[in-house]
Design a protein around this ligand. Structure first.
Ligand code: SF4
Length: 326
């Protein structure tokens, strides 16, 4: 076996976090070592999770042009791709949460554009909690906020936040990276859990850039990490750069599995692929509503990928889909 893969598997098994150089070496492995790396990550996955797998559901609440104009996002106002506006009503959101809970989803996240009112979302979370009972965890993927707001969200029934310092932050986005880090710090210092994937990855990103974000997710205490590909959206500034291959996304997913020691036990890969699950991903995503990846407003499951498809994909690869940690 390639020495760096053996070394990384032993480190992950004993709970040691890899250094940046070690992560870069794994990311730089040539295609011939792909199967070996994926198998090592899959073994670590069994050791860390007992082959328990989970589903994540994202509800894109508002379909509207967003003034932040991230270079990869179909909702960016300047690209002119989002012409009409749509927004789920509270009743529609409650019905969707109910359906995802019944389908065995563990993490249900409400995703909005940057300036959606957080007090409205907190009030909605309270209503959801009052109406939909079950083992699911409720989260938000929203804009920037401070520690006081994080505590307020927790009191309203929010369990976790999806947030990240994205690849190319400040270059492909108009965000000050420091602002994104301040929100991550607020989540870290609050009772909320953090979910932080390495994203949106394309062939334009170096192994060093990817390694920095993997380590950032570990630093901020992400409970779930993993890898998300940038889906090229025609008409956005990055729309002509191709998407990563499924094998490359699976390789990066495998590295996130091996890099985090005991800190991130659950690893997600998006969009969902057999390759990634074979390489140790135990979290998959279903999406509905506003989708920043392709300019669509999905009335039902995005790309036709349903909770049942996820369950099947997990089972085909030796995982058991569960709704809670125990
Ligand atoms: S990624 Fe988020 S902040 Fe950036 S343009 Fe899209 S909705 Fe706005």
């Amino acid at each position: 076996m390639e020495e760096i893969i053996r070394f990384a598997e032993e480190a992950a098994t004993s709970g040691r976090i890899l250094s940046k150089n070690e992560i870069v070496a794994l990311l730089a492995l040539p295609d011939e070592q792909y199967e070996e790396l994926g198998s090592a990550a899959r073994r670590v996955s069994t050791a860390k999770t007992g082959n328990r797998a989970y589903l994540w559901a994202a509800i894109g609440v508002d379909f509207a042009p967003c003034a932040m104009n991230c270079a990869f996002c179909s909702l960016g106002e300047e690209w002119g791709l989002t012409k009409r506006q749509e927004k789920f009503t509270e009743e529609e959101i409650i019905r969707l949460v109910h359906g995802f809970n019944a389908a065995g989803v563990r993490w249900i996240v409400l995703r909005t554009t940057e300036y959606y009112d957080l007090k409205d979302l907190a009030a909605l979370a309270q209503k959801i909690r009052g109406r939909v009972h079950g083992p699911y965890e409720l989260g938000l993927n929203v804009g920037e906020f401070d520690l006081e707001t994080a505590k307020m969200l927790k009191r309203s029934g929010i369990d976790f936040i999806y947030h990240s310092l994205r690849l190319g932050e400040g270059r492909d986005t108009h965000f000050d990276p420091q602002e994104r880090l301040s929100t991550l710090e607020a989540v870290k210092n609050s009772p909320l859990d953090l979910v932080y994937l390495v994203e949106p990855i394309g062939p334009e990103h170096s192994n060093e850039e990817i390694a920095d974000i993997i380590l950032s997710a570990i630093h901020y205490g992400a409970k779930v990490s993993g890898a998300m590909a940038r889906v090229p959206v025609k008409g956005t500034p990055l729309g002509n750069i191709p998407q990563l291959t499924d094998r490359r996304l699976a390789q990066i997913t495998a590295v996130t599995r091996l890099a985090g020691g005991n800190s991130t036990l659950d690893i997600c890969s998006h969009p969902p692929t057999q390759e990634a699950v074979r390489s140790g991903a135990n979290v998959l995503v279903v999406e509905t509503g506003s989708i920043p990846r392709d300019g669509s407003y999905a009335e039902a499951d995005w790309n036709g990928f349903t909770p049942q498809d996820a369950r099947r994909m997990f089972e085909e690869n030796g995982f058991r889909m569960c709704q809670g940690p125990e």
